[in-house]
Ligand binder design. Structure first.
Ligand SMILES: C[S@@+](CC[C@H](N)C(=O)[O-])C[C@H]1O[C@@H](n2cnc3c(N)ncnc32)[C@H](O)[C@@H]1O
Length: 277
């Protein structure tokens, strides 16, 4: 079966370089370049997600939220502290709060939505203005933070750490996982939804053909921004495979229950869970 796409650079990243999609760049440049991509896509982000995934990202996100089944249980008197990192426009954060209320009548747990990019976070804040959580209670707050360091978040201060389609953009993914471990309380849950590697060769061929030819074209036609969508597609291919990412979560100190991950849609995306014991 022919390869549909190859890295434009064969250089292997070292201590001073890293990936930006298929390009090898200086590590110090990555944060700024990723920032440029998300500032560029911010205002079209929700629409493009729906168009490009044909709505499937909503099914994955709903499944992720239902699987976590998080919320203050009846009889408990301590609300949970949620943290959604790389929270962008807030799909996961608002979904988690809605779930907690519907399932457990939890109207007290708090949510911090953190993102490195003020433009993405602003889209989330705009959405928040018209939600029921904008009731003056300060249950939801927004924070511009690099997920690799999260220096405004104290050690052992959060119960649930979520990150959806964010961690593959980090310059140092292991640092992000180590930080997740640092800020979770013992018993806290780390949950990641991320694009992954398809486990079936024939389906992977079709998926690659779709993503490498159609997605950048859609980016160009709908958002007039081919390059950002080219990066998003390439960054998916550079992200560690399921088993490797599971090993990184364990390396950060988490206990990984069962198989450690769940593939969604043949592995197009996957959910990884870790528990801080
Ligand atoms: C594809 S969007 C995902 C947004 C949202 N979680 C969702 O699922 O719709 C990726 C987000 O990761 C953010 N991001 C990238 N690098 C980051 C970092 N080092 N720390 C925090 N957020 C980061 C981007 O700014 C962007 O908002």
């Amino acid at each position: 079966m022919p390869m549909l796409a190859r890295p434009v650079s064969s250089q292997t990243p070292d201590d001073e370089t890293t990936h930006f999609g298929y390009k090898t760049i200086k590590r110090e440049d990555k944060e700024k370049m990723v920032g440029g991509v998300f500032s560029s896509v911010a205002s079209n982000y929700d629409l493009m997600n729906d168009v490009m995934s044909m709505g499937v990202h909503r099914l994955w996100k709903n499944h992720f939220i239902n699987r976590l089944d998080a919320g203050m249980r009846p009889g408990s008197n301590r609300p949970l502290d949620f943290l959604d990192v790389a929270g962008g426009t807030g799909d996961i954060a608002f979904g988690l709060l809605e779930h907690a209320e519907k399932r457990f009548n939890d109207r007290a747990s708090t949510m911090t939505i953190a993102d490195i990019n003020p433009d993405m976070l602003r889209e989330g804040e705009l959405r928040y203005q018209s939600t029921k959580w904008n009731d003056g209670s300060d249950r939801v707050n927004f924070l511009v933070q690099n997920g690799e360091t999260m220096d405004q978040i104290e050690d052992n201060s959060k119960d649930v750490y979520t990150i959806a389609f964010g961690i593959r953009n980090f310059t140092n993914i292991q640092a992000g996982l180590d930080t997740a471990y640092r800020i979770l309380r013992p018993g806290g849950i780390f949950a990641c939804l991320e694009f992954s590697q398809v486990d079936n060769a024939a389906i992977d061929y079709i998926y690659q053909a779709y993503s490498f030819s159609l997605l950048p074209l859609m980016g160009q036609l709908i958002a007039n921004d081919r390059d950002s969508y080219q990066y998003l597609v390439e960054s998916i291919r550079k992200f560690p495979k399921q088993e490797e990412f599971k090993g990184m979560i364990e390396k950060a100190g988490f206990y990984v229950p069962e198989k450690g991950y769940e593939n969604l849609t043949f592995g197009v995306a996957s959910i990884h869970i870790g528990v801080k014991l």
